[in-house]
Write a protein of this length. Sequence first.
Length: 318
Amino acid sequence: MTLLTIGIPIYNGQDTVGDTLDSLCSQINKDIANDIEILISDNASNDDSDKIISKYIKQYPKIFSYYKNKKNIGYDKNVDNVFKKSKGQFVWIFACDDVSKQNSISYILKTIKNNTDVSVFLINFEIYNNDLSKLAHVDYTNNKKDAIYKDYRNFLYRSNSKYGLVSSLIFLKDSWNSIDVSTGYGFQYIHIFVLLSILPKIKSAYIIDTPLFCARLGSSNFQKSPDDNILIPLGAIKLLKLIRSSTNFDHKCYKFLLKNQRKYVFSSIKSSINLGMKNKFFVFKELVKYNYDSPIFWLRYAVKFLRKKRKCNNIPSK
C-alpha cells in the first residue's frame, strides 16, 4: 500500500512546475519508490504545464498520476480532488511553485512510520525570492524541535502559523475525508478549514521543525491585485468564524488565531491602498463585516479607507 501521496494542485504553473518536479524526482530511489505517489490535479490549465509534466510521467510511470479537469473547478475543490484521487494513506499537499529539499521525502516517510497515531504533520520551510537564488526568510516554529502533540491547542500555539502555507501540511487521508470538506469551498484556504475542523477530533498532531521545502516569495497565483492582497487572507478570518460557530473549537485558541490572522490582513491595507484598489468600497465592506468587533481595525485602519488622497498642485512659477 502506498504510504504517501505528494499531491500537486496546479493551474497554469508552467514557469515553476519543472523546478518543483525536479526537486521531488531527484529524491526517488529504490528505498522509497514503493512508498510514494506523485499525483497532479490540473485545474484546466491553458498553458504548457501538461507538456512539462508529461516528461516526468514518461520517466516515472509507476509513481506519477495525472488528472486534468475539463473545466476550472476552483482552487479548493481541486485540492480536495487530490484526496479523492490519491492512493496514499497520507497526502502531502504540495504547491506547484514550491521546491522540496534533498532527503525531505525520506525524512517524512521515516517520521510517519515512527508516529502511527498522528493524523496531521506540520512541516517547517524556508522562504526564498522568486527565482530561488536568495534566502529571504526563515522563521522556525515556537517549538525549536520535532515534537508530537496530544492537545491540539498546544500544536497551534507552537506552530507559529506555519499552517497558512499549503505545502506545510500532511494529512491522514481518512481524517480529511471524515468531514464535509465542501463546506470550506470558496475561501481559498481549504487546508486550514480541514485542519481546524479535524484537530479537536484526532489523537495527535506532529510538528517537523526542520525546514524541508523552499517557498517562493511573491509567486502566488491567488493574489493578483491589490484587492486580493486583502480579500484572500481575509478568507481565513471568514473560515475561523465559520468553524467557531459550527464546532466546539476552544474559544481562547480561536481568539489567538483570529488575532494573528487579523494582524496579517491589517498589515496589507496600507500597501494595497497605495497600489490602487479597483473595488475599494467593496473591500472595505468585507473588512467591516468580519472585523466590526476589532477596536484596532476602527482606530488604525478604517480611517485609511475613508481618507481621501491629497492632490498636490504645482506651484505656478513667477
